[in-house]
Design a binder for this molecule. Structure first.
Ligand SMILES: CC(C)(COP(=O)(O)OP(=O)(O)OC[C@H]1O[C@@H](n2cnc3c(N)ncnc32)[C@H](O)[C@@H]1OP(=O)(O)O)[C@@H](O)C(=O)NCCC(=O)NCCS
Length: 154
């Protein structure tokens, strides 16, 4: 069980997984078309043909990327899968040469365990708020922003 790039055939299961937690208010829901269009952003962890976890690394700008849609099925939580997915994103960001990774989350303690630090949301560039208008909580966002700095070459 390790993170791998998502396949197009994984998308319906990924959407179900994301939207099951979105239904509980823990993350933003995703449409099938959004996931298909951004499929290259996603890593999944599979057990056989079953998707038990996924995450997306979305590039925002030359020096900034976001970790989104991180989710692990309830029965596979607390076994290190979430950390592995975050590490896969950080590795890819480093390979791409992107020095700052951020996330907006209701689980800041988990991301702090992964080495992220809390920042004031106002410190994030306006460009990152592109999809917030779709959030039912907009503009009263109660998510916490965290960032991670990577050493990248020129
Ligand atoms: C948050 C989530 C992705 C964590 O995944 P996970 O696979 O359970 O996490 P891991 O097993 O890799 O945990 C790594 C460490 O973080 C800790 N941790 C996990 N979830 C945590 C949480 N909600 N709060 C605080 N610490 C947490 C673990 O105890 C572990 O610490 P340890 O190494 O000291 O034992 C998972 O709980 C989840 O999918 N939740 C529902 C969806 C969600 O909220 N996603 C985040 C949206 S951004």
């Amino acid at each position: 069980m390790k993170p791998e790039k998502a396949r197009i055939s994984n998308v319906p299961q990924m959407q179900q997984l994301i939207n099951s937690f979105a239904g509980k208010g823990e993350m933003l829901a995703r449409s099938l078309s959004e996931i298909y269009e951004n499929i290259r952003d996603y890593f999944v962890v599979r057990q056989g043909e079953r998707v038990i976890a996924c995450v997306a690394l979305h590039v925002n700008w030359s020096d900034l990327a976001e970790i989104k849609s991180l989710v692990v099925t309830e029965e596979s939580q607390r076994q290190g899968v979430g950390v592995q997915l975050v590490e896969a994103c950080l590795k890819e960001a480093k390979e791409l040469g992107i020095p700052t990774i951020f996330c907006l989350t209701y689980k800041p303690a988990f991301f702090e365990k992964c080495g992220f630090s809390q920042v004031d949301k106002a410190e994030l560039p306006h460009k990152v708020w592109g999809e917030c208008y779709r959030c039912p909580k907009f503009p009263n966002c109660d998510e916490v922003a965290l960032i991670y700095h990577l050493e990248v070459g020129a």
